[in-house]
Design a protein around this ligand. Structure first.
Ligand code: ATP
Ligand code: MG
Length: 200
């Protein structure tokens, strides 16, 4: 019997991608023996309606730049190429269609995102489509919110108190983001002039 391929899925706005995302993905990949982690930048985020976010193409390219050196990391356009807001159930359905039944999915979320999961659409189907790995995140409680047995694992990862919101605020007020995000991301943000403008 051949073993199923084990694929991590790291969904996020990645506006911009930072070391908190990368460490979470790397830790889960190691401890759950994943063959690969696919970073999936959201289209219009269903959880951030009304918020001004950077163009999908910029968020996608930053994810590519940040993950390029890791042979087990890749980036998917699946959500940014689908019109309308991103729902995780659509991401997982499309990934299932793409990868077939020989792949086991491990959807990686931080503590904050996990606690919002019960408010998502179609949670029953979500747990049929994928395992969920909730990772610790400073400032957020990681508790089992009573999710279906065996489908959700909680995992402690090195605490990095970094958020994209803080990175954007720092750029806006001229503070450094070196070492919070990969070097290439600092340079890309500078080159494209991202986050310098006050949000409309
Ligand atoms: P924003 O401040 O814009 O919400 P963010 O830093 O929360 O940005 P997202 O793109 O919203 O980044 O997060 C994508 C996923 O990564 C979510 O599941 C989130 O919980 C997780 N995540 C983000 N930052 C960290 C971190 N520092 N440690 C662990 N998990 C994180
Ligand atoms: Mg967030």
């Amino acid at each position: 019997m051949t073993q199923k391929r084990r694929l991590g899925i790291m969904g996020g706005t990645f506006d911009p991608i930072h070391h908190g995302h990368l460490v979470a993905a790397s830790e889960v990949a190691h401890f759950f023996s994943l063959d690969e982690v696919v970073f999936v930048p959201t289209g219009l985020s269903s959880h951030k309606e009304g918020a001004k976010i950077a163009a999908a193409e910029d968020r996608y390219l930053m994810a590519v730049i940040a993950t390029a050196s890791n042979p087990r990391f890749s980036v998917s356009r699946i959500d940014i190429d689908r019109p309308g807001p991103t729902y995780t159930v659509d991401t997982l359905r499309d990934m299932r269609r793409l990868y077939g039944e020989d792949t086991e999915f491990f959807f990686i979320t931080g503590a904050d995102a996990l606690s919002k999961m019960l408010t998502w659409h179609d949670t029953d189907e979500l747990f049929e489509l994928s395992h969920f790995i909730g990772v610790t995140r400073p400032g957020h409680q990681l508790t089992d919110p009573g999710l279906p047995n065996g489908r959700v694992s909680l995992m402690e990862v090195p605490a990095l108190s970094i958020s994209s919101t803080e990175c954007r605020d720092r750029v806006r007020s001229g503070e450094p983001i070196w070492y919070l995000v990969p070097d290439g991301i600092v340079q890309y943000i500078g080159k494209r002039g991202l986050y310098h403008e006050q949000a409309a």
